[in-house]
Design a protein around this ligand. Sequence first.
Ligand code: DGL
Length: 256
Amino acid sequence: MNNNPIGIYDSGFGGLSVWRELYRALPNESLVYLGDGKNCPYGSQPPEQIMQYATQSVERLLERGCKMIVVACNTATAVAIKYLREKYPEVPFVGLEPAVKPACLTTKSGVVGVVATERSLQGEKFLTTLARYGEGVEVVKVVGQGFVEAVESDAESLPQTEMLVRQTIEPIIEAGADVIVLGCTHYPFLRAVIDRVIGDRAVRVIDSGEAVEKRVESLLDEYDMRASEDNQAQYEFMTFADEAYAERLRRKAFGE
Ligand code: DGL
C-alpha cells in the first residue's frame, strides 16, 4: 500500500485526457498533473530537447513524492521513455502509444487512419507495432497540424478548428478508413468536432485513455502500490508556465 500520488505529465493540456480516466477509475489515488505549458508543443522538436523536458518533468514529479509516473504524451513516450526507464530504474513508468494494434485487428475495410505528431509517427515502438499488426492493412498516417495549438488555446469549438479537423480527417475517410486512431493525448479534446466531421459514416475513433488506465491499475497491483481505501485523494496541477496556466489546467481537468 502507498498513499503517495501518481504523477502524470504532458507538454500541456493533452495529458488531462489521461488524467480524466485515472480520476474516474481510481477515486482514492492522489494525482499530481504537470502540464509543461512553457515548451509546448513538443511534436516537431528535436529529440534531445524532448528528452531534456522529460528529465525536468520527472525530477519535478519525483520531488513531489510520486510513486509512479505516467508519461501522458505520445511524443515524449516515443522519444524519451526508454531513456527515462534507464535513468530512473526504480520508478514505474507508463507510456502512451497510438492504439494501432486494436485498430489493425478490428478494421473491416482494411484501411486504418493514424493521426499523431511528427515525432510520434517516427517512434520506434509505433513502427514495430505497425510492422507486427499492420500486415495487409493500409495505414494512412497524418500529422494533426494545428490540433495541439487549438486545444491549448481553448479553441475546440471555433469554426476554424473544425475546418482544420475536416482538412485532416476527410482524406483519411476518403482513403477508405473505418477506424481512426488518435495518437496524441491532446486530440480527444477535439472529439466532438471529429465526430461532427465523420457524421453518419461508419468510422470508429479510438484513443489510448482507457488502455492506459488499465495499465496503471495492473502496475499498482504489481508493485503493491495502491492507495488505502480511506485515502482522501488530493489533486495538484503544476506547470513550467505561469499560475494562470496552472489554473486553466485545473479547470480543464474538472471540465469547468
Ligand atoms: N500531447 C502530446 C502527445 O501526445 C504532445 C503534443 C505536442 O506537444 O506536440 O503527443
